[in-house]
Design a protein. Structure first.
Ligand SMILES: Nc1ncnc2c1ncn2[C@@H]1O[C@H](COP(=O)(O)OP(=O)(O)O)[C@@H](O)[C@H]1O
Ligand SMILES: [Mg+2]
Lengths: 276, 320
């Protein structure tokens, strides 16, 4: 049986043995209009670690992720309750500029979405809008090396980003994200459209990127979570009073604990594939 | 392949005979479409052929010099189309000058969630209604309301900037510039509707990608969305240009039908379609032939624009 979150309203699963916390999620609920998609989440993201969000579809993983760079602002009717702080600053303070937030919290999407521009321009775009004044050629090369794409594209930087394969496109999008030198990178199922080899390359990349960046990755792939993540948060969805399903955080712990000795039965069921 | 038993074959044949009524209507429909398609092609050929056959005397008399001559003298039977070609192209150009920024701007405004949906839908609907107003109504509105309303402004422009050749004459009540402004309003809906559809059909992932990199709304629109939708926007402009080149009634009423080229935009002018509308009634002989020659020129002009538009829009859809 799944645990009912309402019986333990202060399940502060956010407590971590880490001192350096980048993002704090305090009692956050997220609504689309009157529909509550995510309920009462407490979750701290430690610096320079990889945190995986896992859980069945529709439990609000993407919804929560999009709050960390305020991309939910683009969705009419989306609303956040509770408090999300980034380096101690309340992200939803009216004085906070969402554009500035997105410059520090980059994002890689589920479906690779390079701009219909050249490979070079795909990377230069973000840097330019961020007022980058340095050597653009150097930045493009560094970013492409950072995303392990340089050797494959160094001779065709002027070609359209859309001419690359799916896996290359996704690494181009990662290069584009790291080019603006964010502190946090959000990845929403970055490998779900990739073949196994491309997926492994992206995973290797994540291992390297964590030296510099804090990464939150949503994944449906259990092995991927156990391979790349230091911490794992398991979300689930449950029918509320009105019958509509809301998502909530079930358990958040070191990845090995989530996979080997979870505290909640529903986590155990999910990670062992005995779910639903 | 396993072969069917006789019984199975029979049921197959039976079932096909059961549906033979459907098959027959399918066949009729197919042939009807083929005949109509061929028929439309034939009509096009027929029109071109008749235009050409009537225009031939004028083509023989004036040759290509017709395109560059400014004489239109029914008494001496000497004709040239230069003022009309000039007026047609210039009026379309001025109309685009105003309609492109306004139309593309409105299209972006209507596609990028600047407004709540409740206000957006009626505005978008109103814009499309603009396209449904008959051009003679635009003409009347131009004569009785629009031109009198903007004339003071044009007078001021003439006073202040009269040293600029295109503003150098005192604004006439029938003139190229005011007529072109009405033309701009007439072609706006084309630009807005198609550009807006283009902008809406841009995958939302591109928008999110740009915002996700810390681009402002302005940067997202100008550096990502407009370039991504450029072919569609250009296509909308070409279609609007096609309409502007061929527009007849409003221009015949507003442009002044002067057969002289005046460098000033505030002076009366003429266009090909306005000339034809004004003169075909009493024309005969070589004059009629010259009018058909003008019509041929206009047709080629709009054909070129439309083919270009098809090409660009088609290329855009391929990219999608
Ligand atoms: N733009 C949206 N508008 C309305 N409801 C949405 C929107 N995006 C997601 N939802 C709803 O919010 C819930 C959580 O969705 P999502 O965050 O995409 O889940 P996950 O990423 O875990 O699969 C779902 O019930 C989904 O239908
Ligand atoms: Mg999702």
């Amino acid at each position: 049986m799944t645990t009912n979150p309402s019986t333990q309203p202060n399940a502060r699963s956010s407590m971590l043995p880490e001192s350096d916390v980048v993002i704090q999620t305090e009692n956050v609920s997220i609504y689309y209009g009157s529909f509550q998609a995510v309920r009462n989440v407490f979750l701290d993201i430690p610096k320079n670690r990889v945190v995986a969000f896992i859980g069945p579809s529709g439990c609000g993983k993407s919804t929560l992720l999009r709050c960390y760079n305020r991309l939910n602002d683009l969705i009419p009717g989306a609303r956040v309750e509770g408090k999300i702080t980034y380096q101690g600053v309340d992200l939803y303070d009216p004085k906070v500029d969402p554009v500035e937030v997105r410059r520090r919290v980059g994002m890689v999407f589920q479906k690779a979405n390079p701009f219909p521009k050249s490979i070079y321009e795909n990377i230069a775009f973000g840097a330019r809008v961020n007022g980058y004044k340095g050597d653009m050629d150097e930045l493009v090369e560094r970013s492409l090396r950072g995303s392990a794409l340089w050797d494959e594209v160094k001779d065709k930087l002027k070609q359209s980003g859309l001419s690359l394969s799916g896996g290359q496109q996704q690494r181009l999008c990662i290069a584009r994200a790291i080019a603006i030198e964010p502190e946090v990178i959000l990845m929403d199922e970055p490998c779900s459209a990739l073949d196994p080899i491309s997926t492994l390359r992206v995973e290797d990349l994540i291992h390297e990127l964590k030296q510099q960046f804090t990464i939150i990755i949503v994944t449906h792939n259990m092995q991927q979570a156990s391979r790349v993540a230091d911490y794992t948060a398991f979300f689930n969805a449950e029918a509320g009073d009105g019958g509509s399903r809301f998502g909530y955080l079930v358990e958040y712990d070191r990845t090995e604990n989530i996979f080997n000795s979870p505290k909640q039965q529903s986590t155990q069921d999910y990670v062992s594939g005995r779910f639903g | 392949m396993t072969s069917l038993t006789t019984a199975q074959q029979e049921t197959l044949i039976e079932s096909s005979s059961k549906f033979s009524g459907v098959r027959l209507t399918d066949r009729i429909f197919y042939w009807l479409t083929v005949i109509l398609a061929i028929g439309i092609g034939l009509v096009l050929i027929w029109i071109t052929y008749s235009l050409l056959s009537i225009a031939i005397p004028a083509i023989a008399s004036f040759g290509l010099g017709f395109l560059a001559s400014s004489t239109w003298n029914p008494v001496q039977d000497v004709y040239g189309a230069f003022p009309q070609i000039y007026g047609t192209i210039l009026s379309s150009f001025i109309a685009l000058l105003f309609a492109i920024p306004l139309g593309v701007g409105v299209a972006i405004f209507l596609s990028e969630n600047f407004l709540p949906r409740k206000i957006l839908t009626p505005i978008a609907f109103t814009v499309e209604l603009l396209a449904a107003i008959p051009s003679v109504v635009y003409g009347m509105w131009g004569i009785f309301i629009f031109i009198p309303a903007i004339l003071p402004l044009l007078k001021w422009v003439n006073n202040a900037f009269g040293w600029v050749p295109i503003f150098s004459t005192s604004p006439s009540t029938r003139q190229l510039f005011a007529a072109s402004l009405v033309l701009a309003i007439m072609i706006l809906p084309t630009i807005i509707a198609i550009s807006r559809d283009t902008m809406i059909s841009i995958p939302p992932q591109l928008r999110q990608g740009a915002y996700g990199l810390g681009a402002t709304r302005w940067e997202t629109i100008t550096k990502v969305l407009v370039p991504a939708g450029l072919s569609g926007i250009i296509g909308s402009i070409m279609l609007a240009l096609g309409r502007a080149l061929g527009e007849t009634m409003a221009l015949a009423m507003l442009v002044g039908n002067s057969n002289r080229i005046n460098i000033s935009w505030f002076a009366p002018a003429s266009t090909i379609s306005a000339l034809i509308a004004n003169q075909f009634g009493e024309a005969s002989g070589l004059q009629k032939s010259a009018l058909f020659y003008e019509a041929l020129v206009l047709m080629l002009l709009t054909l070129a624009v439309n083919v270009l538009a098809e090409f660009i829009v088609g290329r855009f859809q391929q990219v999608e």
